[in-house]
Design a protein around this ligand. Structure first.
Ligand SMILES: C[S@@+](CC[C@H](N)C(=O)[O-])C[C@H]1O[C@@H](n2cnc3c(N)ncnc32)[C@H](O)[C@@H]1O
Length: 272
């Protein structure tokens, strides 16, 4: 159980936001859960989530101790458990953990879910073979979380993250008054289909500086790929052809993909 008294203000605000978020998404429990991303042999090279699993599954997950940080409704924990890993996962929000536990029980998977902050984990030192972070590092205090990730990982463990990203140059454009006051309000309906964007008060997209910090935790990143040049930024992600074209452009312009990309996938062996 989280001790809210020892939480930082940021953690408290994240907790409040995600409590409401989980309540709004309770209907997840009424829908079937798809394991497509780990069972389908036709891999989606243009999709960061699928590419993350293509990479993770190449690491023989069976029997490995795997940690999922900020697991939300538990999707990644379920996928990794389905691949045979011994999975532990945590999140700040008890409501999200409730959904994750229900889903894993329904799928008959044995996963240990706990409530705790990424900045202070209760796992032993040198325990995990693989640590997975998806859309969470931009919600946490980075130096504290890095120390914890390193502490709980075995020597030679793999760290893999898949996060929203913006180079400082594109970030400056995003925060210009033209984009914030004129373009963005007009784009919201088109890009998010009129839904309220899922953005917490404190979250900050990772920048090239953060990626450098996280990558410096690794001996040498085994993969570093950028996604979403215009998709999810200017165009919704529902047009398959545009998604493929978007990723193909980033591959073509790979030397500057770190400036153009809106999502980053990095993985490699941690230095210990
Ligand atoms: C954008 S969601 C991502 C959830 C999940 N990783 C996914 O990709 O579906 C961010 C999650 O981080 C959790 N969170 C925010 N701050 C956290 C912190 N300091 N420690 C642990 N979890 C945190 C939130 O409760 C939320 O479930």
């Amino acid at each position: 159980m989280n001790n809210t008294e020892t939480m930082t203000e940021r953690q408290r605000r994240e907790l409040e936001y995600h409590r409401e978020h989980a309540k709004l998404h309770k209907d997840i429990l009424e829908k079937p859960f798809s394991f497509d991303v780990v069972t389908n042999d036709n891999r989606r090279w243009w999709n960061a989530h699928w590419e993350m699993y293509t990479y993770l599954m190449s690491k023989n997950l069976a029997g490995k101790n795997v940690l999922v940080i900020g697991c939300g409704f538990g999707d990644d924990a379920l996928y990794l458990s389905k691949c045979g890993a011994n999975v532990k996962a945590f999140d700040l929000s008890p409501e999200s953990i409730f959904i994750a536990r229900e889903l894993s029980a329904r799928e008959k998977l044995d996963i240990e879910f706990q409530e705790m902050p990424a900045e202070k984990m209760n796992y032993p030192d040198n325990y995990f073979d693989i640590v997975v972070a998806r859309d969470i590092l931009h919600h946490v205090d980075i130096p504290e979380s890095i120390s914890e990730i390193i502490r709980v990982s075995k020597p030679g463990a793999i760290f893999c993250f898949n996060e929203v990203y913006s180079h400082s140059i594109t970030d400056r454009i995003r925060h210009s008054s033209f984009v914030e006051n004129w373009l963005y309000p007009k784009m919201v309906k088109f890009v998010y289909g009129g839904k309220k964007p899922y953005i917490t008060e404190d979250e900050r997209k990772l920048t090239e500086i953060d990626v450098r910090v996280f990558a410096s935790m690794m001996e040498r990143p085994e993969i570093k790929k950028y996604f979403n040049f215009i998709v999810t930024r200017l165009i919704p992600d529902k047009f398959l052809f545009i998604r493929k074209l978007d990723r193909a452009l980033l591959i073509l312009f790979s030397p500057i993909s770190y400036i153009l990309g809106g999502r980053v996938l990095v993985a490699g062996e941690l230095k210990k």
